[in-house]
Unconditional design. Structure first.
Length: 246
């Protein structure tokens, strides 16, 4: 890339690292609220999102510079919360062995869930891709697609609550990616928030934590801009940085 574009330097980063850097710059207009109370100022913020895969990252504010913890949290094991989910995950385990969160909470994961619902319930339904499943669910034209999308939102709520607990993300949990912004109203009516808070003794800890869908169309590029400005600032001499700040 340096040779092709005559760049002096190229930095490759995790896409959710860039998305995490956008979090402090987002306004209320950039977010669709999904419940909870008020964010704790200065606390960590978690971001996750289904798309091609399932990205997970955490933004930790700092006195001088923030720290972003990029991760492979999408590959953590997906846990069931009911007998029905036990059966669905058992069906997927026969196919994949390890059933990660990404196996069910992503574009391909939605297709996996759809096929598993058909198999577990012993019913017939036409073959559909993720786009068709979502469309049929939102239109209400297919009960299987609707059940699949309900399950998808519920499981996403479970993983989002896990992220909040893991990172101590009292600054908020944000849902990014290409799928969630198309499901704002559906997700608001789904089990997402109930499952987010359904952590037994820690329900009271999770209840105040706000959760939102990022609806800004270019949040990741906003984060990349922040990263680029930090890189430029770091390469400047102190007097240059001070002059630019003015």
């Amino acid at each position: 890339m340096r040779a092709a574009f005559s760049f002096a330097k190229v930095q490759v980063c995790n896409d959710f690292e860039a998305t995490a850097l956008s979090l402090p710059h987002l306004t209320a207009a950039d977010l669709y609220p999904l419940g909870g109370g008020k964010a704790v100022s200065g606390a960590p913020m978690a971001v996750l999102g289904p798309g091609t895969g399932l990205g997970v990252a955490c933004f930790v504010p700092g006195d001088r510079e923030p720290i972003v913890i990029a991760s492979e949290g999408g590959h953590a094991t997906m846990a069931a919360t009911s007998q029905r989910e036990d059966a669905i995950i058992e069906h997927l385990r026969a196919q994949f062995g390890h059933v990660s969160a990404e196996r069910v909470i992503s574009g391909s994961g939605l297709e996996n869930l759809y096929r598993a619902v058909i198999a577990v319930d012993g019913i017939e339904a036409p073959k559909r891709n993720a786009i068709d499943i979502t469309k049929a669910a939102l239109e209400g034209s297919c009960p299987v697609a609707r059940a699949t999308l309900d399950l998808f939102c519920a499981m996403l709520g479970t993983i989002a609550g896990n992220a909040a607990l893991t990172y101590g993300a009292r600054g908020g949990v944000f849902i990014a990616g290409g799928i969630a912004p198309r499901l704002t109203q559906f997700m608001a009516r789904s089990e997402f928030r109930a499952r987010f808070e359904d952590k037994g003794r820690f329900r009271a800890y999770l209840a105040p934590i706000p959760s939102s869908i990022i609806v800004h169309p270019a949040a990741t590029f906003m984060g990349l801009g922040s990263m680029a400005r930090r890189a430029v600032g770091a390469s400047m001499r102190p007097e240059q940085a001070q002059a630019q700040s003015h």
